[in-house]
Design a binder for this molecule. Structure first.
Ligand SMILES: [Zn+2]
Length: 342
């Protein structure tokens, strides 16, 4: 199917919320990783989300260009072109964008969608994340409200973050003193401020001890109950319809119990990067070890072109990453739930 339109994306989210499952949102930074996600989703008969971070966009644009927005546009255009060959819906999203890079990333991407809509073309992305979690909540929400108004005019969903996801992603490291658990008071303020943009839709990344990256057991103390408390607070104040569409960041390495508990509290999107990165690289390592004398020209030999052609190990990496995507789909109870009726 083509990339989901706004109506389809909203329906996807509503269904997930109602049926207590979530979509994997997988970071990609190349055609091969984007294809891996599409393959994994299609083989699981699940809809899902492909997302590009600022670093992923810069990488995709090429090491001499390093233009994060341009690289994200390239990947999105590729996905728009090939998505029609897969019997599922996919949505395109951009990951963490801090206030200081908005003008280099999310704003040009919104402009690109605005330009396309004026020309009668479909949106390029479906949603964008603004990550103002390093700012005081008021400043975070001042920027978020303005962005949400603009996104809403072009049928884009905005993701925001309250509280801080620990660890490191894309070279952005959370402070040791960071607020790793969102409070109901903070999320009520989010609902009040963003709820003032009538008809607009947003995701909330509320943090409950989540950390980017993967750590040994015991290092991370997840408290999914925080999400429950936030949902109950917002429901008391603004009614059932105000319950948040929650996003689970730093999902790599979480236990199935923790994931399922979070789904029961209204998580509809779970981000995955570290685990799929590992799956991709693991397959390449395997290839290199098994074909050592083929990928290298050892002792005056000529190696084996079949082994060092990048397509050979990248195809294995694509397949391995797709398998990890399939596991994420199962963990998130999304298998077989595609809305696409072929
Ligand atoms: Zn994140």
């Amino acid at each position: 199917m083509p990339v989901a339109d706004y109506k389809t994306y909203c329906k996807m989210i509503d269904r997930a919320k109602e049926k207590h499952f979530a979509y994997p949102a997988i970071n990609v930074s190349s055609l091969t990783t984007a294809n891996a996600v599409l393959k994994g989703l299609a083989e699981s008969k699940s809809d899902g989300i492909i997302q590009v971070s600022t670093g992923g966009g810069a990488f995709a644009s090429g090491s001499s260009v390093k233009d994060m927005a341009l690289g994200a546009i390239s990947i999105a255009e590729h996905v728009h072109r090939v998505a029609g060959r897969y019997p599922i819906f996919v949505a395109l999203h951009t990951d963490h964008c801090q206030a200081k890079v908005l003008d280099n990333y999310v704003i040009p991407l919104i402009q690109e969608t605005e330009r396309r809509r004026t020309a009668g073309l479909p949106n390029l992305f479906n949603s964008h994340m603004f990550d103002g979690s390093d700012l005081p909540l008021k400043e975070n929400l001042d920027i978020a409200v303005k962005l949400l108004e603009r996104c809403h005019r072009s049928e884009l969903i905005l993701e925001i973050e309250a509280g801080v996801v620990g660890g490191e992603e894309d070279g952005i490291k959370a402070e040791a003193s960071a607020k790793l658990y969102t409070t109901p008071e903070d999320t009520l303020e989010v609902a009040r401020r963003l709820g003032s943009v009538k008809g607009a839709r947003y995701f909330l990344a509320a943090t409950f001890g989540n950390v980017h990256g993967v750590y040994k057991p015991g290092h991370v103390k997840l408290r999914p109950k925080v999400l429950k408390e936030c949902q109950e607070a917002v429901e008391r104040e603004y009614g059932k319809a105000a319950r948040f569409d929650l996003v689970f960041h730093g999902g790599s390495g979480s236990s199935l119990e923790e994931i399922h508990e979070a789904l029961d509290y209204g998580v509809v999107k779970m981000n995955l990067d570290t685990d799929t990165q590992y799956a991709f690289t693991r397959a390449i390592v395997d290839h290199m070890f098994k074909n050592y004398s083929g990928v290298l020209k050892v002792d005056g030999e000529v190696g084996n072109k079949k082994n060092y052609d990048p397509r050979s190990y990248l195809a294995s990496a694509e397949a391995a990453m797709a398998e990890r995507v399939k596991q994420a789909v199962r963990d998130l109870r999304a298998a077989g739930k595609t809305m696409f009726k072929g």
